[in-house]
Design a protein. Structure first.
Length: 322
């Protein structure tokens, strides 16, 4: 509630109009500066020294007070300049599964002739990534944000700040960029048996299982064929392992929403379908996906896997308006 009121006040005060497409140049009107706690203590000490100098007529006290005051003003100027005129633009971001942490990349460009030091970027004021930006250089800051649910995830309003060089002042600016990350449904921990494959011509039956070449072993999952279990490894280590093979199979699978138990809710079904997609892709088998109102034809490969996971992530949402 307090955070919503704060964001509403900032929207009204600074006339923000939502995410900005493209890049943002931190001109003077976008940069704010205030003393830190140390800066307040520093100002209090100068004030006490000045009062003591007035009371006892101390010439050296006046000189020291004015020198420290001038140093504080210089510190404020350098802190402000350390962040001003940087250009901020969105960087790359890779899809993640719900429950993981999204890594938003923020590009920071310094086209001036002055080096910039200790520029922090944060989304929640608890964790920050600090970078140094050399003159005429570009760097990338990484902002981690938990992905709590499937669909599109925006980083929201990011804060760039600095306390360089003395820590007496904090200069900051806000960046609300038009960037987002796709969050896939979290794969189910326990897997239902995969649907039986059918021949690619739809006649039923299997024309191979992609067993051109042995590729290694992996941990057994419920639903794996007993023919693929490495029984010698079981006898040796008492651990169930499944053989993996490379090569394409002529068989294909349909991962169908209606094949899941009716007692499951929407998110549980999406979670199990995500597990099926991942497991089927690992087997190098062709598969299709059937969702209410959407059918993806059988295919194989990483691009097809990403297409299916995207359909699961955006199921029941408005894709263009996350």
């Amino acid at each position: 509630m307090i955070r919503e009121l704060k964001n509403g006040l900032l929207d009204w005060l600074f006339q923000w109009r939502g995410p900005v497409r493209g890049s943002i140049l931190l001109v003077q009107r976008r940069v704010f500066i205030l003393p830190t706690g140390y800066g307040m203590v520093f100002a209090g000490v100068i004030l006490l020294m000045l009062l003591g100098s007035v009371n006892y007529d101390l010439s050296l006290g006046f000189i020291l007070s004015f020198l420290l005051g001038a140093a504080g003003i210089q510190s404020m100027l350098h802190t402000f300049r350390n962040i001003a005129h940087l250009r901020i633009s969105p960087g790359r971001v890779s899809p993640v599964f719900a429950g993981e942490t999204t890594q938003f990349h923020l590009n920071i460009s310094n086209k001036t002739r002055a080096h910039r030091y200790s520029i922090g970027v944060t989304a929640d004021s608890r964790r920050a990534d600090y970078v140094d930006v050399a003159a005429g250089a570009d760097v990338t800051a990484v902002v981690p944000i938990p992905a709590e649910r499937r669909g599109w995830l925006r980083p929201g309003r990011l804060t760039l700040f600095t306390r360089f060089p003395t820590g007496l002042f904090r200069a900051w600016s806000y960046a609300d960029l038009d960037m987002r990350c796709l969050v896939y449904p979290a794969p189910a921990a326990t897997n239902l048996a995969l649907p039986p494959p059918v021949a690619g011509d739809g006649t039923g039956g299997v024309h191979g299982q992609g067993q051109d070449e042995f590729a290694g072993l992996r941990t057994y999952r419920p639903g794996d064929s007993p023919r693929h279990i490495a029984w010698k490894a079981v006898a040796r280590d008492n651990t169930l392992l499944t053989k993996q093979f490379t090569g394409r199979a002529n068989a294909e699978m349909w991962l169908d929403w209606n094949q899941l138990p009716a007692a499951m809710d929407v998110e549980q079904k999406l979670s199990h379908l995500a597990r099926w997609v991942i497991d089927t892709e690992e087997q190098h088998a062709a598969f299709g996906l059937k969702l209410p109102g959407k059918i993806i034809k059988p295919a194989s490969g990483s691009a097809h896997c990403a297409e299916c996971l995207t359909a699961l992530a955006l199921y029941g949402t408005t894709a263009d308006n996350p």
